[in-house]
Design a protein around this ligand. Sequence first.
Ligand SMILES: *Cc1c(COP(=O)(O)O)cnc(C)c1O
Length: 397
Amino acid sequence: MPTDFARTRALFDLPPGLAYLDGNSLGPLPRAARARMDRVLREWGHELIGGWNRCGWMDLPLSLGDRIGRLIGAAPGHTVVGDTLSIKVYQALAAALALNPTRRIVLSDTGNFPSDLYMAEGLLRTLGEGYALRLAEPEALEDAITEEVAVLLVTEVDYRTGRRHDLPRLTARAHAMGALAVWDLAHSAGAFPVETASGGADFAVGCTYKFLNGGPGAPAFLSVAPRHAEAAPAALQGWLGHRAPFAFDLAYAPAAGVGRFRVGTPPVLAMAALDAALDVWDGVDLHDLRARSLELGDRLIRGALAACPDLSLATPPEPALRGSQVSFRHPEGYAAMQALIARGVVGDFRAPDIMRFGITPLYLGEAEIDRAVEALAEVMGRRLWEDPAFRRRAAVT
Ligand SMILES: *Cc1c(COP(=O)(O)O)cnc(C)c1O
């Protein structure tokens, strides 16, 4: 049965009259989250410490991991949820490096999200002598995968431009060169079908507050290929990644498989909201989602370029080369975006000049795209970005 996007739209609580095109940054509130939060608060109130045993709280990292695993094509039982994406990048990269111990180079690209690169640098400094991060331009990444590379650390979709890498192809090259591949699916999970297992990923990580709508600060995920699950060491040896946390042994012994990538106490309240958000995906075919996303993205690209000669397209127009966002460049992009937001069209801005619009068919249709085009035409045509009120920078852009 084709996905019913009118049904999925009704599952979200969006302020009336708003065209929300920022679901690539923070997904909206799934209606079911209220009841689920109520339930977990009642559990906390009534069960207190007993909730850990009686309410399944301790199992959430792995039960949520399985639900996300299905959305990213990972093998069942090999995904865990917790911490933030930056932490999960660190853990996956450290494990991948340990599995390729004779090499010292981590390769990534200049389109990666800075936190991934910062975490990599910090890890490599700790590892010491000879370890180094090498960056290529995104277009030159494939050719930069040489026999020196230990791990390819690549984020599939560029957070600014929406440019999408061909991960299975890069991964095949990495494997041919004797390197491992860590995929960052921050802008992929819930945005289109992802083939973590069949595409050969050694590790995959991502966050859940963007296209998965888990809520502000929702925990991240880490997936390990079954072939590495028992061999991959955990760099962050927290007690809940221990084989028997409640034995309180002084010596560390890793839990089986992906369970060792748990660190500490799970954020149960946040996980309850994520659990509810994942209900939305029952009955969603990710191929339908992708087709609809490209259709809506094309509509925005065509409309905006026709109405606004000052905008230049930052996103590759070819469907295979883009994720689920559309970005334009404009030198006054920050102020222009504030003017759009004041008109009820919400996107966001990324320095130096990128105006981003998330395309999220679960709750967006032609009407919102057309509103965005109209508002863009007005803001650009009347140079509303000149208004000083729109030029004041907030801390979060
Ligand atoms: C959003 C995003 C992050 C954010 O990491 P947090 O630790 O969750 O704040 C990291 N990496 C990429 C590629 C992202 O898109």
